[in-house]
Design a protein around this ligand. Structure first.
Ligand SMILES: [Mg+2]
Length: 252
């Protein structure tokens, strides 16, 4: 029986091609912080901090702790110099990035449907961003935390691994107290959404073929339990027709 649905955010619930978004985001952030630190030094610190998060295995520090330890050592400045300015950036300037993304009408329909089915709904976005940045993007997607009582929204504050490792999906299962077969992951990245979820036994729907989504990689692993693939609109059509996430031919 299905108990929970895990939605990726960027490229899944929200039209957001990371190749276009990240440069605009880094430019906005480094411009905003330029009075504190030269842009290239800040980017080097962020990259080092991101690698530290990706090295997290789910058992130790939060991603935020791992990020800050490495990033601020690299910047040679204490976190107290940055924290209030960063908070203000995410509150006041991050919202200006919204035009780089596209709202998808099916996002809200699918999330509404999942809540109507009494499923636990998890926003399983790669937890390398602060909660503030995730909440903004959920609002842009039309599914804000102010309206939906998500079981879990993963961010760098509450997770101890990123999507590069199955430990991320293991941590979600343990938080929900659910077996992997009771969950479905919906995401657009073969490497970050489909393969590591499959490694812990969670079947997936692979989002492909939308104009707003750039495929970062191609499937290579046979035996990965896909329940289907298509655009978010395709998935919504299937849910409307079958009344369920899994096609009737798929045995869960
Ligand atoms: Mg994605």
């Amino acid at each position: 029986m299905l108990n929970a649905v895990l939605f990726d955010l960027d490229g899944t619930l929200l039209g957001n091609e990371m190749g276009a978004f990240v440069p605009v985001y880094f430019k906005a952030l480094t411009d905003y912080m330029a009075h504190l630190i030269p842009p290239e030094q800040l980017i080097a610190g962020i990259m080092a901090g991101t690698q530290a998060m990706d090295a997290n295995d789910g058992t130790g520090a939060t991603n935020q702790e791992a990020f800050e330890r490495v990033c601020y050592a690299r910047l040679d400045k204490g976190r107290d110099n940055f924290t209030p300015v960063l908070r203000q950036f995410y509150r006041e300037h991050f919202p200006q990035l919204r035009p780089v993304t596209q709202r998808l009408p099916e996002a809200r329909r699918l999330v509404d449907w999942a809540f109507e089915q009494n499923l636990e709904v998890v926003i399983a976005t790669n937890p390398v961003f602060p909660r503030q940045a995730v909440e903004h993007r959920l609002a842009w997607a039309g599914v804000p935390v102010s309206e939906y009582d998500y079981a879990l929204v993963t961010s760098y504050e509450n997770m101890h691994a990123t999507k590069v490792t199955p430990a991320y999906y293991r941590e979600i299962l343990s938080y929900l107290g659910l077996a992997p077969e009771a969950c479905v992951m919906i995401g657009d990245s073969w490497k970050l959404d489909i393969v590591p979820a499959a490694a812990v036994g969670i079947p997936s729907y692979w989002i492909v073929g939308s104009d707003s989504v750039a495929q970062d990689d191609a499937p290579s692993d046979d035996g990965v339990p896909l329940i289907g693939s298509g655009t978010l609109a395709d998935l919504w059509r299937q849910v409307e027709e079958e009344g369920r996430l899994q096609p009737s031919t798929f045995n869960l």
